[in-house]
Design a protein around this ligand. Structure first.
Ligand SMILES: Nc1ncnc2c1ncn2[C@@H]1O[C@H](COP(=O)(O)OP(=O)(O)OP(=O)(O)O)[C@@H](O)[C@H]1O
Ligand SMILES: [Mg+2]
Length: 284
């Protein structure tokens, strides 16, 4: 029986700016199981980072609930250079969250760096090494849940698989639960036990990795998996809402070849298929 670590219900997050109101997260619900890697995929602006930040309390949410049984949570960022203080030594960066500075060396070794690196400054390290520092820093507070927000997207291809392997090893050793965000399904499918496909702040489909990759149900998931780009770009049009407008319908409808009038009018109910495969679409 899977144990739920974090339960998300009707989570909504809206940003207000001069352009209007953007519902970055639009009433989404899901469970995150203890020890799993839940991959989150979807194109730029669909709300992945906002979701991750809400889950680790870096961002407040407007409504809905996040019920977490995690003892501690952390986040690993996309760009390792911008997420550390350039004037701090590697040891100091890692030791910030530690009671005992000696433990910084242990942590650096755990992520595949040596004590030689401890007195270096960020600019002296490669992107791959610096992302290891980011991982060590995340581990320093002993979390049991980590949001990995595009942790390899900014890295050279040669470092990517090494960092992924490191994250996998650490998960095994420490019993960690990951929310692994990437716009790249090829990366997500490699590391995730389950995959959640997002579009326009909503979940389109969620299920075991094998099923999402081999038997996708949602038209948007099929687009993501095919080499063919979705027919046309209409990103902002349906995300920018007037204040207090409740979004209606499916956010993918403007681009969906199977849309009907109902898709613009009514939000899709969740459809449950076998093995916890869930899909939100009127036409399947
Ligand atoms: N602080 C903010 N203020 C205003 N709008 C924001 C803010 N943060 C995010 N948004 C908007 O919310 C939406 C979701 O953004 P988010 O960064 O979560 O997307 P994402 O899926 O992580 O995209 P990417 O793949 O580019 O990282 C976008 O429309 C974005 O412009
Ligand atoms: Mg992002």
């Amino acid at each position: 029986m899977k144990e739920t670590l974090i339960e998300v219900r009707d989570l909504t997050k809206t940003f207000h700016s001069d352009e209007g109101t953007t519902r970055a997260i639009d009433r989404i619900s899901f469970d995150l199981y203890k020890g799993e890697t839940l991959g989150v995929a979807g194109e730029s602006g669909c709300g992945k980072t906002t979701l991750g930040r809400c889950l680790v309390s870096l961002e407040s949410h407007d409504s809905g609930t996040i019920t977490s049984r995690a003892g501690g949570s952390q986040i690993i960022f996309q760009d390792p250079y911008n997420s550390v203080d350039p004037y701090w030594t590697i040891e100091r960066i890692v030791a910030e969250g530690l009671k005992d500075r000696k433990d910084a060396i242990t942590l650096l070794e755990k992520v595949g760096l040596s004590r030689n690196e401890k007195d270096s400054y960020p600019h002296e390290l490669s992107g791959g090494q610096l992302q290891r520092v980011g991982i060590a820093r995340a581990l320093s507070t002993n979390p049991d849940f980590i949001v990995c927000d595009e942790p390899v997207s900014a890295l050279d291809v040669s470092y990517q698989s090494k960092i992924i392997s490191l994250l996998e090893d650490l998960q095994e050793e420490e019993g960690l639960t990951y929310l692994f965000i990437s716009h790249d399904l090829a990366v997500v499918r490699h590391i995730a036990d389950r995959i959640m496909i997002m579009y326009g702040g909503q979940i389109m489909e969620i299920g075991n990795t094998d099923e999402i990759i081999n038997s996708p149900l949602h038209p948007y998931t099929k687009f993501l998996l095919s080499a063919v780009p979705a027919p046309f770009e209409k990103k902002k049009e349906f995300q920018v809402l007037d204040d207090d407008t409740v979004s209606q319908g499916c956010p993918f409808a403007p681009r969906c070849p199977f849309r009907t009038e109902k898709c613009f009018r009514e939000r899709c109910e969740r459809q449950d298929r076998a093995n916890g495969h869930l899909v939100y679409c009127h036409n399947i």
